[in-house]
Design a protein around this ligand. Structure first.
Ligand SMILES: C[S@@+](CC[C@H](N)C(=O)[O-])C[C@H]1O[C@@H](n2cnc3c(N)ncnc32)[C@H](O)[C@@H]1O
Length: 431
């Protein structure tokens, strides 16, 4: 494919991502299957262009005078992000072959405007998101916006029940990769996202020596208070990402009950448990919390990884950032409170409750924690500093997390910790 034909293909793919609800990855994969003439270099270049545009969509749309179509966004990217000159862009947009038609007067005018991407931070994300980040971070909101628009590395969690970190490092190096130890999690290894490391075929993955899991997602498990021999309920277990980390914190000893309202998601936990060589009691919950009555007042730790916007993972799924609405966030906030209320019943007197999201929004984090605290005087905030002694954290991690915490609440984010955005609030049920 010519460079111009790649741009035309990327524009069409961006349009189908905009018009549907499918993840960008799935749309790109479908396009590759339907366009077999595209070679691996074409597919890589097209995917890179699509992700570059998705990450900067708000800015590019503003730069192009509010247009949101794939063609305009790519013209904007060439000018604003790549720094291409008008002549260079006209060379690509000349209507020849499978390339895009020539530039319009309006498009030429936008290119001549010579704006700076950094000046467009205000419009990088939906307005209600920017307002939320400003309310939480004050002057530092720009850092959060910039970091959220970046690329995420690939983090692995070594399964200490099956392997040592040195063994996994050696296997990864043998496969030509360059793992770096993570700063906060004592079991984390970080790989560059580019070129995308393909770790799933490795023996270590197949044999459960490691899982793919963002460092912040590991850290919230280490802070949960799960200990060997405990009864731990993973209340919103989903596909089981945190479940496996919780079993590891329990050193495989005790009872782990993984619940979810989605049978399909719970099914996905089974092969992961088998690979990691651990067991959990999987329970399908009713939306009113039914199905775990036998555990009322029994759990040492209830871990609520609540449904949320997923905004903490926008580096990985940038298309979600402009699909989110303020109404959806309000719905999620109400759901988070309802689920927390249900989960409280399972905590034994003196036991722990951990509220977790992978969101960066105050509306789903501090606001939900504050509303929960106002309604549940019997749940006392536990300072993060008291939980940060976990041996699964690095020494630097213990210090850093203690310093970052605000009482019983902690935020991790691409800007603050170089991780996905996560939030945790810890409570203890009055004895
Ligand atoms: C953030 S995801 C959990 C991700 C999972 N813990 C992981 O690490 O892979 C939230 C989960 O909450 C579940 N959920 C939604 N409503 C729920 C409810 N009323 N009670 C319990 N879980 C619920 C969803 O099915 C979803 O799997």
């Amino acid at each position: 494919m010519t460079p111009a034909a790649r741009l035309a293909a990327a524009a069409a793919i961006i349009d189908s991502i905009s018009q549907g609800r499918q993840p960008a990855d799935a749309v790109l994969k479908a396009w590759s299957q339907q366009n077999r003439y595209a070679g691996s270099g074409d597919r890589r270049a097209i995917a890179e262009r699509v992700y570059q545009v998705l990450r900067a969509r708000g800015r590019l749309s503003a730069f192009m005078g509010g247009r949101q179509d794939g063609r305009a966004l790519i013209v904007g990217a060439l000018s604003l992000l790549d720094g291409a000159t008008l002549e260079e862009i006209e060379g690509l947009y000349n209507g020849e072959g499978y390339g895009p038609r020539p530039l319009s007067k309006h498009e030429r005018g936008r290119i001549m405007a010579h704006e700076d991407a950094a000046d467009l931070a205000e419009v990088a994300l939906p307005d209600f998101v920017t307002a939320d980040l400003k309310a939480v971070h004050g002057d530092r909101w720009r850092d959060e916006v910039e970091a959220l628009s970046g690329r995420a590395p690939v983090d692995l969690r070594v399964n200490g029940l099956r392997a040592t970190i040195e063994e996994v490092e050696a296997e990864l190096r043998g496969a030509g990769l360059s793992p770096q130890r993570t700063e906060l999690s004592g079991w984390g290894l970080r790989l560059d996202a580019e070129p995308a490391p393909n770790v799933q075929p490795l023996d270590g993955f197949q044999n459960g020596h490691f899982e793919i899991q963002d460092e912040a997602s590991q850290v919230v498990g280490w802070l949960s208070g799960a200990f060997p021999g405990a009864t731990v309920v993973d209340y919103c277990a989903g596909g089981g990402g945190k479940t496996l980390g919780l079993v590891q914190a329990m050193q495989g000893q005790g009872a782990l009950i993984a619940c979810d309202v989605s049978a399909k998601r719970l099914d996905n936990v089974k092969p992961r448990l088998a690979r990691a060589g651990v067991e959990a009691d999987l329970r399908l919950l009713g939306t009113n919390g039914g199905g775990v009555e036998d555990l009322n007042g029994q759990a040492d730790v209830v871990f609520v990884d609540a449904p949320c916007s997923g905004s903490g993972a926008w580096r990985r799924r940038p298309e979600d950032s402009w699909r989110l609405t303020a109404e959806e966030v309000a719905r999620l906030h109400a759901l988070q409170l309802r689920i927390l209320g249900q989960a409280t019943k399972l905590v034994r007197p003196g036991g722990r409750l951990a509220y977790v999201t992978c969101s960066v929004l105050g509306a789903e984090n501090e606001a939900t924690a504050a509303a929960f605290e106002a309604a549940h005087a019997d749940f006392k905030p536990v300072p993060i500093a008291d939980a940060a002694h976990s041996a699964d954290l690095t020494e630097a991690g213990r210090e850093r997390l203690t310093a970052l915490a605000q009482g019983n609440r902690l935020r991790l984010s691409p800007a603050a910790t170089g991780t996905d955005g996560f939030f945790i609030a810890l409570y203890e049920r009055a004895a």
